[in-house]
Structure formats: structure tokens, C-alpha cells
Design a protein around this ligand. Structure first.
Ligand code: ADP
Ligand code: MG
Length: 696
């Protein structure tokens, strides 16, 4: 797309505010804005008018269907398409779309995981329009972003708790801001998700059942070259990939997704796409759209896009950095201000964040736990499984000084009145990045780096929003009624005490080092290494009380998430185990029979004419031993996986998959990979790491 075309087409498939303003009668538009901005209730007459305008707009853009677009507990998006067609009874049709159809849908989506919230006989959940996220057109379908709720009002999706957590944060942050004499209309989070992914040839992808069924390779010996030369990072982009990226940008821009930067990542064939940040839940929706487009567009270029956290052993996996900040009417609250009072306000939010992360480190860790992400976290390529906060030298010095009631060394002269330290400007372009930290302050926002590349970002943001809301609540409750110098003194004391009490979570060193693990243990920080380890905290009484207090998730909803997260983990590992057994029996063993058989034949033939062939003989022996090992390991995996499948308690089952099935998988992989190293390439039944990662 050329420059002019871009600005012309940007958001052309999005039912934007401008489109609404243009197409709706003024009073209707005004009322709708109130619904969107202030959460006012929606009147059916208004809904009818909006639906009509939306339909007319969508028909002009070539849409024939509409769909309620929602995010069940699987995390990915779902949609059921309904056409606008309404037969008139005389053989002709009308294109219609009512307010009721806009506002509420009944997908009869009884097969989605609900963690027991709905027994299937009363399966109906309904989808409810989320007017804060604009409708868009995708493949001739008008997509309406919705929340997915049971008839008893329980959240069956990822979006509803996110919206609730945003309300909680807004409410509590406004109380804090009021104490600083500010009354913003809206307080909201901003999120910028950096999406990593791999691109390989579709023809290679199609030959690997593990990639097709599981999204990651379950076998494959180390490639001759990995990422050690680091030439891929920010390197020149292959023409095919460049074409693909351009098309993705074009598509995303039409949908109003502000895709901004794209570059090659560290691992071979790994890339990243980062958008300009947007308001919280909208950014999450747009990230989901981005993931969908990446996958879809890739196939148009003969490529396959892998969004799994660990598609390949031996090179880095993929994450999704969740850049997070909090904003009041366009003013970033994590940006230190010019005036001392603004600095105090900044310090209050900073302290709130540090405390929030420390107090709910287990939930934060849980929110990014998955079978896929377990391969990354703690594996010297991604942050460890231990949650800590990195502030950077400047801010760290200020925090230390505050706690110790000293003046920061270099900034003594800059100390302003009322005991509030002046925050240096350098904070704003803080480039002192610590890449090993899971939660890093990067100048005017925090970057949560533990998220997995294929995950729905709602989960971590629900934790963050609610945890910060809780701290804001505490601050406001303590300080309400105080004014003037007394307020300043007490507020600063709150900052000081909060930072002191949660100082253990601040860590500026190398998060990848073994020393940190030991040090973190001394500090009493949780180190939840795998998904099963993180499950219990979802239903802990403290969690129920915490989410209950801010009306984000009730006990039944939490229990549902516990069950569904466990189920998803177990089911995924079961599929991986099945795939390995299948590949071993139907691909690898037959290939090894062929190869060893051919060499054995050649040994026998040579012997007939009196030629000894010790090397070939030895190889046949190695291959035969390998075949036996693979055979035994396959049977072992099958048995362990069958045993795990039988267990009924969700946690016990996950532990069995983790403790017994995963090691069996690793063992089988070892046996097969050892044979890959000695087997002739023409015989090997699937593309190798060398081929997949370094395609031309
Ligand atoms: P890096 O790779 O160095 O982390 P990128 O430019 O790739 O930097 O990504 C930074 C991300 O942070 C972008 O998506 C950007 O929009 C986002 N971001 C910047 N400011 C904020 C903010 N105030 N709130 C949330 N996200 C932000
Ligand atoms: Mg980043």
C-alpha cells in the first residue's frame, strides 16, 4: 500500500467513531457514546438504530454475514456466522439485522470448556455486545466483539473478567487521583503487545504431524547451526517474508490495528510484530486479530506461521511482551511529571505496582502458565519462573533513598520541597534494559515479559489490573480526608512503607543466573516451575477473597477456570503423547527398518563377493539397537499416558502428565533424535531442523 492509500484505507473495515458519527442521528450517537464512555445502559431503540447503521455500512463493504466474536476459555477467538438474509415469504429476501441481534446472541456453544459452570443440558450461554471494542469486517463477515456469559451471569470467557478488572482499577485509581485534586473522566490501562512468531515453509510444515497437531516439533536433533552467530536478529528480512509482512500490515491497518514495528528476532526464522499501544481490552482484541491474520496470511505466501511458545528445541522460543501502563484522560500515570506533586503521584502508582506484583506473584505466574510456556520460562532464554521487578539504576537509587530516608546520591541537589525527590528526566528514555527481568520498568511503562506467544493476554492483565486496584484502594482508604502538608507527608510515608515492605521483589541483577534462584528462595519469593505448580493458587481462599472484593471473578468462576486450565494442560499433553506414538510407529520406525534393511542387504551382497564391511555392519547394529530402544520407549509413553488419562482429579492428572508423561516423551525423543543423527537423509521421513529453520 502506498502512503496515501494507507491513510485512506486505515480502519476502513472498522466501524469507527467517525463512521458512527457520520451515520447515526445525532441524539443516537450521543446516547451510544454514553454507553461506550460511561457504561450507561443500552436502550433497545438505540440498539436498533445502531444495528441498522452497522448493517448498511457492512453491506456497502461487501459483508453478507454477521458474527458475535468472543473469547471462550480456550483463549482463542470464536465466531458463528449468521447471514443477514431474512426470507420475505414471497421468494425474495431482505437484508436485516436487529438491535436484539446486535446486543445479544445465543451461539449454543455448548462444547466450549466451561469448567463445569454449565452442565451441557442447560448449555446455553449468551454473547453480549461489548460496545467499547468497535465492530469490524473480516472475510465478508461483520464481527461484533462480545462477552460470553451464562444465563446466571457467570463469565464463560476471557473478556468479561478483563472488562470487570478495568472497572475495578478505574474506580480505585480515581479515588487516588481525587486526593491529588484530579478528576479525570476516564482512567484506563494501555497495552502494547509485542508478538513473536516463526515462519517456515508450508511444504515443510505439512510433512510434520507434530507441527500440524501440536504446533511444535516433538522430535528433531540439533541443527548444525543455531542462533549463535546472532545474525538473524534485526537482520535483513527475506523477500518472501517481507511480502508477507507487508500484506499483514495492510490487512491489520484496514482493521484499525496499529501495527508499527516488524523485525527479525534472535532465532533463525523468528520474527516480531509490535503495534502502537491501545486501551487495554481493545489491545487484547487487536492482538487476537493479529494472531489470526498472521496465520492466515502466511499460507498465501507458501509459509506457515508458528505461534507456539516453543516450536523448536535448541533455539529461542516465542513470547509476547505485555507493555502495560495506566492512563488518565490521555495522561500516562507512569510518566514522572515536572512538578513535585506529580512526582509524588507517580511514586504512589509505582509503589502500588511493586506491591501488587509482590503480593500476587503467584497469580501473575499462573496467568502465563501453559504447557507451551513451560518450555520457555526458566530456560535461559526467557525470564525465570520467579517474578521480580526491575526498576533500573535511576529509579532503584531513588527507591533505596526513600526507604532509607536518604537523599539519592546524585540527585541531592534536585530534591524538591516537601521531601519528594525530583525524578530525573532520564527516566523517560531509560534504555538501561534488563532483558532477564520478567517485569521491567522501561521509562514510562512496565513490560511483563513472561507471557507466551500464543496466549490470550486477558489473563495477565486481569491479575495486574485487580492487584493494582487493590493497592489504590488501600492508599485511598488510608489517605481520604487528609489534605495539604499532612496529605503529602502521609502519602510519602505510604510510598516509603510500601516500597520497604515489598523491597524483596525488586531485583536488578541477572535473572537467568543460578544465584538468583537461590537468592529468591532466601527472599521468600515463590518459584512455581510448571503449570501444575501454579494451579492451586487459582482456588486458594485468598484468591477468592481478592477477586470477590473487586467483583472480578467469584468462587464458581474461579473454580471453572481452575478446572478448564487443568483440562487444557492435560488434553494438550495427551495429544502430544499420542502424536509422538503415532510418529514413532508410522514414520520413524518404518524409515529405520528401510535404512538398516538396505545396509544389511548391502553387507550381505558384499560378503558374497568376499568383501568385509565392518562400518556398515556396525551401523546396522546401531540402527537395530535404536529401533529396539524406540520401540520400548514408545510402549512406555503409551502406558504412562494411558495411566494419566485415567485420573479424575484435575490437579493429580496434570501432575501425572508433568511428572511421568513428559519424561517419557523426552526419553522417546532422545531415542529418535539419536537415530536421526545416523540415518541417511533420503530415508528420514520428515523435514529436519536444518531444513526447516534455514529455508531459502
Ligand atoms: P522493545 O522491543 O524495546 O520492548 P518495541 O518498540 O518493540 O520495544 O515495543 C514497545 C511496545 O511498548 C510497543 O508496542 C509500544 O506501543 C508499547 N508502549 C509504549 N508506551 C506504552 C504505554 N504507555 N503503555 C503501554 N504500552 C506502551
Ligand atoms: Mg519489549
Amino acid at each position: 500500500m502506498g502512503k496515501d492509500k494507507v491513510s485512506e484505507e486505515y480502519g476502513s473495515l472498522l466501524f469507527t467513531d467517525a463512521v458512527m458519527q457520520e451515520r447515526l442521528p445525532k441524539p443516537t450517537y450521543k446516547e451510544l457514546r454514553q454507553v461506550i464512555d460511561d457504561g450507561a445502559p443500552l436502550d433497545l431503540d438505540i440498539a436498533n438504530e445502531v444495528a441498522h447503521a452497522m448493517k448498511e455500512w457492512a453491506l456497502e463493504k461487501g459483508a453478507t454475514h454477521f458474527a458475535h466474536w468472543f473469547q471462550p476459555l480456550t483463549g482463542i477467538t470464536s465466531e458463528k456466522h449468521d447471514s443477514f438474509l431474512t426470507p420475505k415469504g414471497d421468494g425474495t429476501v431482505l437484508m436485516s439485522f436487529s438491535g436484539k441481534e446486535l446486543v445479544q446472541g445465543e451461539p449454543d456453544a455448548s462444547s466450549f470448556p466451561s469448567g463445569g459452570l454449565r452442565a451441557t443440558f442447560e448449555a446455553r450461554g449468551y454473547t453480549a455486545w461489548d460496545p467499547t471494542s468497535p465492530a469490524f469486517i473480516k472475510d465478508e463477515v461483520l464481527c461484533i466483539p462480545t462477552a460470553f456469559i451464562s444465563y446466571t451471569g457467570e463469565a464463560l470467557d476471557k473478556k468479561t473478567p478483563l472488562l470487570r478488572s478495568q472497572v475495578a482499577l478505574e474506580t480505585q485509581a480515581k479515588r487516588v487521583l481525587a486526593l491529588f485534586g484530579r478528576e479525570p473522566k476516564r482512567v484506563y490501562t494501555t497495552i502494547g503487545p509485542e508478538q513473536e512468531y516463526f515462519l517456515i515453509k508450508e511444504s515443510d510444515f505439512e510433512k510434520r504431524p507434530d507441527l500440524i497437531y501440536c504446533g511444535r516439533t516433538l522430535f528433531g536433533c540439533e541443527p548444525v547451526k543455531g542462533q549463535e552467530l546472532e545474525e538473524h536478529y534485526f537482520g535483513a528480512i527475506r523477500p518472501t517474508v517481507n511480502e508477507f509482512m507487508k500484506e499483514v500490515d495492510d490487512e491489520l491497518w484496514k482493521l484499525g490495528v496499529p501495527a508499527k514495528t516488524k523485525h527479525n528476532e534472535v532465532a533463525p526464522s523468528q520474527h516480531e510484530l509490535a503495534p502502537i499501544f491501545e486501551q487495554g481490552s481493545l489491545a487484547v482484541d487487536d492482538n487476537l486479530l493479529t494472531m489470526e491474520k498472521l496465520k492466515l496470511m502466511a499460507t498465501r505466501h507458501g509459509l506457515a506461521c508458528l505461534e507456539h511458545e516453543k516450536p523448536f528445541e535448541y533455539v529461542n522460543g516465542s513470547g509476547k511482551h505485555n507493555n502495560w501502563s495506566i492512563c488518565a484522560d490521555g495522561r500516562n500515570l507512569l510518566e514522572p511529571g515536572a512538578k513535585p506533586s506529580e512526582n509524588l503521584q507517580f511514586l504512589v502508582f509505582l509503589a502500588a505496582l511493586v506491591a501488587a506484583v509482590d503480593e500476587h506473584a503467584d497469580l501473575l505466574r499462573m496467568s502465563v502458565a501453559s504447557a507451551g510456556n513451560d518450555h520457555r520460562l526458566g530456560a535461559n532464554e526467557a525470564p525465570p519462573a520467579i517474578i521480580s521487578v526491575f526498576l533500573g539504576d535511576e529509579l532503584d537509587a531513588i527507591v533505596d533513598a526513600l526507604i532509607n530516608k536518604e537523599e539519592p546520591e546524585d540527585h541531592a541537589s534536585e530534591r524538591m520541597d516537601l521531601g519528594v525527590p525530583a525524578l530525573p528526566d532520564v527516566l523517560r528514555d531509560n534504555t538501561d534494559r534488563n532483558r532477564t527481568s520478567p517485569f521491567a520498568f522501561t521509562g514510562n511503562k512496565f513490560e511483563f515479559r513472561m507471557c507466551g506467544s500464543q496466549q490470550n493476554l486477558s489473563d495477565p492483565n486481569v491479575v495486574l489490573n485487580t492487584a493494582v486496584a487493590e493497592q489504590c484502594d488501600r492508599f485511598a482508604t488510608k489517605l481520604e480526608g487528609k489534605t495539604g502538608d499532612e496529605f503529602t507527608t502521609l502519602a510519602l510515608r505510604w510510598v516509603r512503607h510500601t516500597l520497604r515492605d515489598h523491597h524483596r521483589v525488586i531485583f536488578e541483577g541477572n535473572g537467568y543466573s543460578d544465584e538468583w534462584e537461590a537468592e529468591a528462595e532466601r527472599r521468600g519469593l515463590p518459584n512455581l516451575k510448571s503449570t501444575p505448580d501454579t494451579l492451586p493458587c487459582i482456588i486458594a481462599p485468598e484468591t477468592v477473597a481478592f477477586y470477590g472484593k473487586y467483583h472480578v471473578l467469584n468462587e464458581a468462576e474461579l473454580h471453572a477456570r481452575y478446572v478448564s486450565k487443568a483440562e487444557q494442560y492435560a488434553k494438550l499433553l495427551n495429544i502430544e503423547a499420542n502424536t509422538m506414538v503415532y510418529m514413532a510407529r508410522h514414520l520413524y520406525l518404518p524409515a529405520l527398518f528401510d535404512y538398516s534393511g538396505d545396509i544389511a542387504t548391502s553387507v550381505a551382497t558384499k560378503a558374497e563377493i568376499g568383501i568385509e564391511s565392518p562400518v556398515e555392519k556396525e551401523l546396522v547394529r546401531t540402527l537395530t539397537d535404536g529401533i529396539s530402544a524406540i520401540h520400548a520407549a514408545t510402549a512406555d509413553l503409551e502406558a504412562n499416558s494411558a495411566a494419566a488419562r485415567e485420573l479424575s482429579d484435575p490437579l493429580e492428572q496434570c501432575r501425572a502428565y508433568h511428572d511421568s508423561v513428559l519424561p517419557s516423551m523426552e526419553h522417546l525423543r532422545g531415542c529418535v533424535d539419536a537415530m536421526e543423527k545416523v540415518c541417511g537423509e533420503d530415508y528420514w521421513p520428515v523435514p529436519t531442523y536444518n531444513q526447516m529453520l534455514f529455508w531459502v
